[in-house]
Design a protein around this ligand. Structure first.
Ligand SMILES: NC(=O)c1ccc[n+]([C@@H]2O[C@H](COP(=O)([O-])OP(=O)(O)OC[C@H]3O[C@@H](n4cnc5c(N)ncnc54)[C@H](OP(=O)(O)O)[C@@H]3O)[C@@H](O)[C@H]2O)c1
Length: 246
């Protein structure tokens, strides 16, 4: 199966790991890409790498620094992405989370509250914004559906003592994604995909690096099938796989 060129994606939560590999792969297909996270400096460097990966294709690569945990900021930033890319989004990837150690006996209320806002409130706001007229639905007759992609893991089922806060908020955000997966196909003509990564993802130079969870491998084995399938849904959501786990 192939993935079409020249489509539009916004990625919320951009860093050096899965999001960058996703953007690099889509840049090689000539996609128009909007990158959103808080650090302008990191975004600028990642955007350069993404542009470099275009290999002669001339998709737009834009970025904007914004905090996805702030609902009004997130909505305004996503509106900006649509304006910059010159059209509605084919795919919205919500990838933002704070992946950091925390223990339930020491976790502060503020920390849990902040993590909830990034992972859960951000997923809610992004999914509602996308379903509110911002998804490209004109190709559905040809079997191509817009996709809301929410990155996750298995902490909702197997909480980790050292990732207390993340385990809590991922339980909630993945429940939200599963609820969106039930509602959005009928109500908004949007499919929902959950790439779920069951291990630690780090850069190849890191001592915890495990090739099973290499970011390029994850994109090709877990993310790419969602992009292929969303273009082959002639019978609507029939046969659509919501969750893919590695
Ligand atoms: N890494 C893992 O081991 C692992 C395993 C399973 C699942 N996941 C899931 O994968 C996703 C992250 O992917 P990744 O680990 O590969 O990292 P990544 O794609 O390299 O980057 C994620 C980026 O999210 C951004 N972010 C955090 N809080 C934000 C906020 N409030 N507003 C906007 N952006 C924000 C951060 O950039 P700024 O700090 O610049 O904002 C961070 O660099 C998360 O949903 C995580 O739960 C990760």
């Amino acid at each position: 199966m192939t993935v079409s060129e020249n489509r539009n994606i916004a990625i919320v939560g951009v860093g050096s790991l899965m999001s960058k590999s996703l953007a690099v792969w889509l840049a090689s297909l000539g996609w128009n890409i909007a990158l959103v996270s808080r650090s302008e400096k990191n975004l600028s460097a990642i955007a350069d790498e993404v542009r470099h990966a275009q290999k002669g294709k001339n998709g737009k690569v834009v970025y904007r620094a914004a905090d996805a945990s702030e609902p009004e900021t997130l909505k305004a930033t996503l509106d900006w992405c649509v304006q910059q890319l010159g059209g509605k989004l084919d795919v919205l990837s919500y990838n933002a989370a704070r992946v950091a150690l925390s223990n339930v006996t020491e976790l502060t209320v503020d920390e849990l509250d902040q993590d909830f806002k990034v992972s859960v409130v951000g997923t809610l706001v992004a999914g509602q914004w996308f379903s509110n007229g911002n998804a490209k639905v004109d190709r559905i007759a040809e079997g191509e559906w817009p996709l809301f992609l929410v990155t996750g893991g298995v902490l909702d089922k197997v909480p980790e003592q050292t990732l207390a806060s993340l385990s809590c908020v991922k339980s909630a955000s993945q429940t939200l994604s599963r609820l969106f997966a039930k509602d959005l196909p009928e109500k908004a003509n949007i499919l929902v995909g959950m790439p779920l990564i069951s291990g630690r993802v780090v850069s190849p130079g890191d001592s915890e690096y495990n090739p099973k969870f290499d970011t390029e491998k994850i994109i090709s084995e877990v993310f790419k099938p969602f992009f292929e399938d969303r273009e082959n849904q002639c019978d609507g959501k029939t046969g659509w796989t919501v969750e893919r786990i590695l």
